[in-house]
Design a protein around this ligand. Sequence first.
Ligand SMILES: C[S@@+](CC[C@H](N)C(=O)[O-])C[C@H]1O[C@@H](n2cnc3c(N)ncnc32)[C@H](O)[C@@H]1O
Ligand code: SF4
Ligand code: SF4
Length: 406
Amino acid sequence: MYYYLLSILKKRAPLLYQFLKKLKNKLFFNKKFINKLNKETSNLLNSIKNESYYEFQKKEFFKTKDKKSKVGILEINNSCNINCVMCDTKSSSRKKKLMSLDLCEKSVKEMHDQGIRSILLHTIGDPLANAKLKDYLKILRKYNMQAGISTNGLMLDKHVDTLTEFFDICSNIRFSIDGVKKETYEKIRFGGIFEKLIENLNLAEKKLKKIGYEFSIDLVISKDNFDELGEFIVFFKKYINNPYKNMHFNFMTSLSPSNDYFLSHNTLKEHTSKNYYCQYASSLIPYVLVDGRVSACCRDYDGSLVVDDINKNKLENMGNGNGFKTLQNAHIEESDKIDNYDLCKSCYIIDTRVSKIWRNNITNLLYKYPNEKAEFYQNFFNENLNFLKNINDTNFKKLAQKYSLV
Ligand SMILES: C[S@@+](CC[C@H](N)C(=O)[O-])C[C@H]1O[C@@H](n2cnc3c(N)ncnc32)[C@H](O)[C@@H]1O
Ligand code: SF4
Ligand code: SF4
């Protein structure tokens, strides 16, 4: 009902929608929100002091085990216009294709029957590299589904009219941008052209932000871009509404099956861990792939994490199906069964408690200091990283005091 009313509101009264959204941001993302983050940081620091990452993850795993996912993933295409070094989507051995519209409709209908109201349109491809985007959005609209788009933004000009037309079901776009210097951007987002990105961000601002779209900007941290994070904030913040809410600096994971770039460019070796008790094995988030097979994970470059098939079985039963339970048990049993899954065996992640503290500190800082110079932000990033390398209460207090974070 909520999503139905939301799409009606966006269609019939966009100005009222924009006003209510601003109000919501004011009411929810305020000092109280920051205090909540600080409380979370304090709990996480306690956990780091008292238990290993393995123990922590195990508890988290059982908290979410077999919960129904509220989000579905529809791989409308598994192709991409570029090949970022930390993703290396071109190394995927799965056949490149577009999802058929019949399969899209079947999947969306089943997701809807399962109570899912929000669908992300990517796995390891770019939804704007899909010439038929409009046809998929039509199907989502028919079922009152909200669409989430994450994109490199380089092909936005091809879809700007479609995105305008479908504002009622798609009003947020995440732009993934990993450098503010042309050389850095083009090294990481291999095949991308910095000037084209800027041209499209300006177009998005002019045509989409104006009608109420909310943008976020994400960056994957690596040794290649760490030294320009401060400059990144100062340059890109004009494109988003609330940088503290909509700008994210994420640690790299070993998403690409080859861990070469991850291992050589990871900035936080101290907290890098095998992906024990992975959340994707805790409960099934359905990744419906282009051909209808259902995978449990975004790292599925070769189909080896496929647990079912929507052409043969109902989505409803897949969380308890043999395929998913076998994967889940391999993660639970602490035996060598995990070795049956090559991708899980070689999967690394930064301790999620440490990443959360990192993110909380940045949100807190950007909330407090929205208009500083690049150098100020860069110094903070350097000190925040050093704190994480030697994480404890005393070092947190020093950082928090220096920047008045608590
Ligand atoms: C795989 S992409 C697919 C969607 C779209 N092509 C994009 O780039 O936003 C989804 C997100 O994963 C991020 N990503 C890629 N490689 C990563 C890695 N090794 N670690 C963490 N995030 C990664 C991207 O930057 C992007 O924000
Ligand atoms: S991160 Fe996104 S844009 Fe980059 S190669 Fe992967 S799918 Fe393509
Ligand atoms: S590859 Fe395995 S361990 Fe890694 S994220 Fe996917 S399901 Fe989890």
